[in-house]
Design a protein around this ligand. Structure first.
Ligand code: 8YV
Length: 331
């Protein structure tokens, strides 16, 4: 049996139904923890919803038949990968399916925050626009500014490529310089602190790992220009949310565009919700029809391959993979 913790797009579900008994959680949100644990008792594979589902040691302990954990997305911080590897469970993701779509969303938030799109929308809707005001909601110029990218992976590079149309200077940071990627997108390496000091816009595009958790805290925010804007379409926990809210409230940075949160859905009392200068989105990085359909298909293909004894196209923990033994020739 294959368990799907959400009603994923048919492009994926149909593929799974051709080869297995498929249980789909039909609730409007992802499956509750107790449902997940119950279904895992019988499942050979799960099509999981990151970052909501938690595939930790407890979940795997109660899943004696589980062979494949396939995430609907790229980030795999929702899985205890070493534990899965220890148990011989394949962990799969969907790289390449959402690169450009997520880069578009980073730009949507960057432009919205720079040019007060959401604030302007609220202003018009509440009937506050009574006369033309030349000094109303003045924003920041995007063209010609400096964009700092934290993490020059596939999405970071896609964000960088879009900057050339705006005539921007592009800086990036990461564990080490990446000369090839750098040449491809015209970006220049800087240590994180320098990038924060020099950038007008900072886009977070790295994975959430033990090293990047809390990477942008009070000290890093204080390094940013008071006119700077922070955009996060990666994972909420890379940025200290309370420190960000404080920096925005105090005007230590000019604004932010946030797609991801330390806790999702965001808590109703999250201090970010009270900040006028932040544009908030409910984790929409990959939320377009074609991208979500492609993600579902690739996530399902990972499962089909894994359960049929073929190496899944996108295996996060290759150590777990052993070629099935072939019968030796009798000659
Ligand atoms: C998805 C994501 O929206 O790929 C990821 O890591 O965070 C998003 O693109 C998410 O996985 C859907 O659950």
């Amino acid at each position: 049996m294959v368990f799907c913790s959400w009603h994923f797009p048919d492009a994926g579900l149909d593929l799974l139904r051709e080869m297995a008994d498929v249980h789909v959680w039909e609730g409007p949100e992802g499956a509750p923890r107790e449902v997940l644990l119950e279904e895992l008792r019988h499942a050979a594979a799960i099509l999981a919803l990151p970052p909501t589902d938690r595939l930790d040691a407890t979940a795997m302990e109660g899943a004696p038949h589980l062979k494949v954990i396939s995430g609907f997305g790229v980030g795999f911080d929702y899985v205890d990968v070493p534990e899965a590897t220890r148990r011989g469970i394949m962990v799969c993701n969907t790289p390449g399916t959402l690169t450009e779509t997520t880069a578009d969303q980073a730009w949507a938030l960057l432009l919205a925050a720079a040019r007060n799109v959401a604030r302007g929308d609220r202003y018009v809707r509440r009937g506050a626009w009574k006369k033309y005001e030349p000094a109303l909601l003045l924003g920041a110029d995007v063209h010609g500014a400096t964009l700092g990218i934290v993490g020059l992976g596939a999405i970071g590079r896609a964000v960088a490529r879009r900057a050339s149309g705006f005539g921007m200077t592009v800086l990036y940071t990461g564990r080490a310089p990446k000369p090839e990627a750098e040449a491809g997108v015209g970006a220049t390496f800087r240590p994180l602190d320098d990038l924060l000091r020099e950038s007008d816009f900072v886009s977070i595009n790295c994975a959430l790992t033990p090293e990047t958790r809390g990477l942008i805290g009070p000290r890093q925010l204080a390094l940013m220009k008071p006119t700077a804007i922070l955009v996060n379409t990666a994972r909420g926990a890379i940025v200290d949310g309370a420190a960000l809210a404080q920096a925005l409230q105090r005007g230590e940075i000019a604004g932010a565009g946030i797609d991801v949160y330390e806790r999702e859905p965001v808590a109703p009392d999250d201090p970010l919700l009270a900040c006028e200068t932040v544009v908030l989105a409910p984790h929409l990085g990959s939320a377009t029809h074609p991208t979500r359909a492609l993600m579902a298909r690739v996530a399902a293909e990972n499962i089909v391959s894994g359960l049929q004894g073929r190496r899944p196209p996108f295996l996060v923990n290759p150590d777990v993979w052993r070629e099935p033994e072939r019968s030796s020739s009798p000659l």
